[in-house]
Design a protein around this ligand. Structure first.
Ligand SMILES: C[S@@+](CC[C@H](N)C(=O)[O-])C[C@H]1O[C@@H](n2cnc3c(N)ncnc32)[C@H](O)[C@@H]1O
Length: 302
């Protein structure tokens, strides 16, 4: 119980988890973890992190809760992650789990980790989480697509990432300079990937290379997420997808487009994922089944 002289914040209008977190925040520090553990043991649930806009940053969130991350930490991390992707990431994760699709997590173009940490909150213990970025070697960021920082990334992971059980690696590299041996090593050491985000340098050449890297390291049933597709300020990304389908015979097809993010999956899974997304989202006013390079995908726009 709180000390009698501890000020308990007003809870009027607060959501239950936020209210619980507010009570816990008011407790003396040594009591907090014991109270949290007791609540979790009793309810199977857990209160929100004790972080809020005014308080100190939490020292790592409890493993595996993307909603908790989105509510508590997400607004505090700089980056380019659309709020609308949360429901798709969750459905992706649930669907892959249900279908027994396994693998690791990776991203090219990590910046401060806003998306990578969200993906980490979907990971099972033991998952490898790989961040590839030029970091402080910004001479290789030739179109200025965000200035990555390893220090900021690792401190965000410490403060907002899942608390335990993940194997992180930070690869400082110009993704366009990865050769066949590097990509093989990436796949062998850190893959195969079930969730891989491509969001590095946005030139057509870089994006095409990154798509090919992602495809080569993808797990069966893994999904590639490509940022800034059909984004007027970053035409290189759309150009790269054109080159991907006109110059190669890719092993992945798009099944979803939402808020400038294109989601690709291997041919054998495409029909199932497309059907599922069409059932879940196809009736929305912004939904349209459409085609590109002979591939059908659900487009949610705007
Ligand atoms: C748009 S930001 C990524 C945003 C991030 N995905 C997020 O969750 O907010 C682009 C990132 O790509 C990195 N980058 C730029 N050029 C690169 C290259 N040639 N190779 C690897 N990373 C690169 C930048 O340093 C920057 O961190």
């Amino acid at each position: 119980m709180p000390d009698s002289d501890t000020a308990i914040p007003s809870l009027r209008g607060a959501r239950p988890k936020a209210a619980l977190a507010a009570i816990i925040r008011a407790l003396p520090t040594p009591s907090r973890s014991a109270v949290r553990a007791a609540i979790q043991a009793l309810t199977g649930d857990r209160p929100s992190s004790d972080h809020d806009q005014d308080g100190p940053a939490p020292q790592g969130l409890i493993m595996g809760d993307i909603d908790l991350y989105w509510e508590n930490s997400f607004p505090l991390i700089e980056g380019w992650v659309n709020d609308r992707w949360r429901e798709h990431l969750k459905l992706l994760n649930d669907t892959q789990n249900r279908l027994g699709i396994t693998g690791h997590i990776g991203e090219i173009g990590v910046f401060h980790g806003k998306l990578l940490i969200a993906l980490a909150h979907l990971a099972q213990p033991g998952t490898k989480v790989t961040a590839i970025d030029v970091f402080d070697d910004q001479s290789k960021n030739i179109d200025g697509a965000g200035v990555g920082s390893l220090d900021q990334l690792t401190s965000n992971i410490d403060a907002h990432g899942p608390r335990s059980g993940l194997d992180y690696a930070f690869v400082k590299a110009d993704s366009a300079a990865l050769n066949a041996a590097d990509i093989l090593k990436l796949g062998q050491d850190r893959g195969p990937f079930r969730l891989f985000s491509v969001d590095g340098c946005h030139t057509a050449e870089h994006t095409l290379n990154d798509l090919l890297t992602a495809q080569d390291c993808l797990a069966p049933g893994g999904v590639i997420m490509l940022d800034d597709m059909f984004q007027a300020h970053w035409p290189g990304v759309t150009e790269a997808v054109g080159l991907f389908y006109s110059r190669y015979v890719p092993r992945v097809k798009p099944f979803l487009y939402c808020a400038h993010k294109m989601f690709f999956i291997g041919h054998g899974w495409h029909a199932d994922f497309l059907r599922l997304w069409s059932e879940q989202f196809g009736q929305r006013p912004d939904a349209k089944l459409t085609q590109m390079y002979g591939n059908t995908f659900l487009s949610l726009f705007p």
